[in-house]
Design a protein around this ligand. Structure first.
Ligand code: ZN
Length: 173
């Protein structure tokens, strides 16, 4: 399974809304290979907790995540056609993004969400997620719609910093 190249901003693919997948699509070798490649690519970059298909050049509604950033795959999730059904408890947090290696951005996100998605086997799954996992889902779901974290910055002077200048380096998604 090959690693996939990470597209960097301003690659235009990062701006393209992704298409939904059908259960038939999920049965194809191409999609299953893409999912495996995305998992391998996410774990390849230390500290990475999420990766969306457009970041590897594919405009389809898939992202992978693992809030532990460890390669044991304990918390690995693959979300296809994800939808947020409910969100609440908004707060600001600092995020990194593989497609913006030089920047950290402060973004307002819901701390509590209910998300529904299809598994790679085509099963519908609904789960409530909180805190770090909830933030990962919102960041990745934005990627699937061509939205990037810089779009959510309120004040470019205070809410965007160089990664090197930051004392603590958060995970990237
Ligand atoms: Zn990102």
């Amino acid at each position: 399974m090959p690693l996939r190249e990470i597209l960097l901003y301003p690659n235009p693919v990062l701006r393209k809304p992704c298409r939904d997948l059908t259960v038939d699509d999920l049965g194809s070798d191409g999609i299953q290979t893409l999912i495996q490649d995305m998992i391998e690519t996410m774990y390849h970059y230390p500290g990475t907790v999420g990766l969306a298909a457009p970041q590897v050049g594919e405009s389809v509604q898939i992202f992978v995540m693992d809030s532990t950033a460890k390669t044991t795959k304990d918390r690995l999730k693959v979300l296809i056609n994800p939808v947020i059904l409910r969100q609440s408890q908004w707060k600001y947090s600092r995020e990194g993004c593989l497609s913006f290696p030089d920047y950290l951005v402060t973004v307002k996100r819901a701390r509590k969400i209910t998300v529904q998605w299809l598994t790679p086997e085509g099963q519908t799954q609904t789960e409530e997620m909180r805190d770090f996992e909830a933030i990962i889902v919102q960041h990745e779901l934005d990627h699937l719609q061509g939205v990037l974290f810089i779009d959510r910055v309120k004040n470019i002077q205070t809410d965007l910093v160089l990664r090197n200048a930051s004392a603590s380096t958060p995970s990237q998604v």
